[in-house]
Design a protein around this ligand. Structure first.
Ligand SMILES: Cc1ncc(COP(=O)(O)O)c(C=O)c1O
Length: 401
């Protein structure tokens, strides 16, 4: 089947980011660009810088960069650390691995505690490693809250407790790129020092903004941190932000969109947003297990509300199935990343979506599987309907821990 040049209906963007941008946000972004040094922008700057803190559940400053999430990864490291510093990371999957590679490339010494890409961060392993580090050579512990390559969410409060139990002064840095505004994240309560985020997932914006939420401890660390930095420098940014401005041209239109996205998330209520994601996750996993497939996450307490990683049956290509779904249904699903390439596909249930999107996604996957001969038990949509209708009957999991 070849893709026609026009496919009717909307494109189903069911990736775990970028996610669908709601019309209200798109309209705000489409408004005329304003003077980034004028009074209208100043009011917008004050408003978004103040209100975005509620998304991170922090009273501290949140820095906004015109960059993708990778920029905010780098910003967190270069502001709070010095070349040659040791940092402790945990291999939850592809994104944890990429962050550690970035750290090594800029001159840090990351130690990536090995993980199996199917379970969350092991806080006990972090505590053990920190206890061994009597000289306090490790300057930061860096973990990914929601590992987007696997669909596994880690317990950040347990990592904080591990650091405290070891009596270790390391900073706690948390990647919230795919969790923020989709899964509960509590920067202050959980004692995180730097949160890293991007605009294109739970915040429902197009790609292009990134964030660092920064604790007082991290700010103090930045005063003596030894990395040469300019574009990413928190100090310069905060000095301008105090007046509602930025040291360089900000992404004005995306900030207009951010204001509306925060309006929408607050209108729905963050707890309702989290519950909607969690419920869609349960419905999706019920369908996947009904088909007879394994979910990539094998720890039921760590199932992601943001995405479901689906393991293909042996001998079947995840990429071929995704290609068939794109061709037949004009729907994009996430690919398997790193060691999971072609073995796993990822169903995003994050951002601006409702039950019909969840059900449509599952039905289109099942139709493509039937059409292309991928062996499965039919009826996944019905299993999802049962969850969404509140009639969930426990589906035996082949792999739940
Ligand atoms: C958990 C996580 N961290 C970091 C990134 C990198 O962000 P970006 O692609 O916006 O640079 C991503 C991207 O998907 C991600 O999911």
């Amino acid at each position: 089947m070849t893709r026609p040049s026009y496919q009717p209906g909307r494109h189903f963007l069911q990736l775990p980011g970028p996610t669908n941008t709601p019309l209200r946000v798109s309209e705000a972004i489409a408004r005329p660009t304003i003077d980034h040094r004028g009074p209208e922008f100043q009011a917008l700057g004050h408003e978004v810088l103040s209100r975005v803190r509620a998304m991170f559940k922090t009273e501290g400053p949140v820095i906004i960069y015109p960059s993708s999430g990778t920029g905010a990864w780098e910003a967190a490291l270069v502001n709070a650390l010095s070349p040659g510093d040791h940092i402790l990371m945990y291999e939850t999957g592809w994104f944890a691995t990429l962050w550690s590679r970035l750290a090594a490339r800029i001159g840090l010494v990351p130690e990536l505690l090995p993980g199996d890409w199917r379970t969350p961060v092991d806080a006990a392993a972090i505590e053990t490693r920190l206890r061994e580090d009597r000289a306090h050579a490790i300057k930061a512990v860096c973990v990914v809250h929601n590992e987007t390559s696997t669909g596994v969410t880690s317990d950040i409060a347990s990592v904080r407790r591990a650091i405290d139990a070891a009596g270790h002064p390391a900073l706690l840095m948390v990647d919230t790129v795919s969790s923020l505004a989709a899964a509960d994240y509590r920067h202050d309560e959980w004692g995180a020092d730097v949160a890293v985020c991007g605009s294109q997932k739970g915040l429902m914006l197009p790609p292009g903004l990134s964030f660092n939420a920064v604790s007082q401890k991290a700010l103090r660390a930045s005063e003596s941190a030894g990395f040469v930095r300019s574009y990413w420098d928190w100090g310069e940014m905060l000095a301008f932000n105090r007046d509602g401005f930025f040291p360089y041209t900000p992404a004005t239109n995306l900030l207009q969109g951010l204001k509306v996205a925060i309006d929408m998330l607050e209108e729905e209520g963050l707890d309702a947003v989290f519950a909607r994601h969690e419920r869609a996750g349960r419905a999706t996993r019920a369908a996947v297990r009904h088909w007879g497939f394994e979910v990539q996450c094998i720890d039921a307490s760590a199932d992601s509300p943001v995405l479901t990683g689906v393991r293909m049956p042996e001998g079947h290509s995840a990429d071929a199935l995704r290609a068939a779904i794109l061709e037949r249904s004009n729907m994009s699903l996430g690919s398997g990343l790193g060691q999971l390439a072609d073995k796993v596909f990822r169903i995003g249930h994050v951002g601006d979506f409702s039950d019909p999107a969840t059900l449509g996604t599952i039905a289109a996957i099942e139709a493509a599987m039937r059409a292309t001969g991928v062996p499965h038990r039919s009826g996944g949509t019905e299993a999802a309907i049962e969850v969404l209708a509140g009639e969930e009957t426990p589906v035996p999991s082949t792999q739940a821990a």
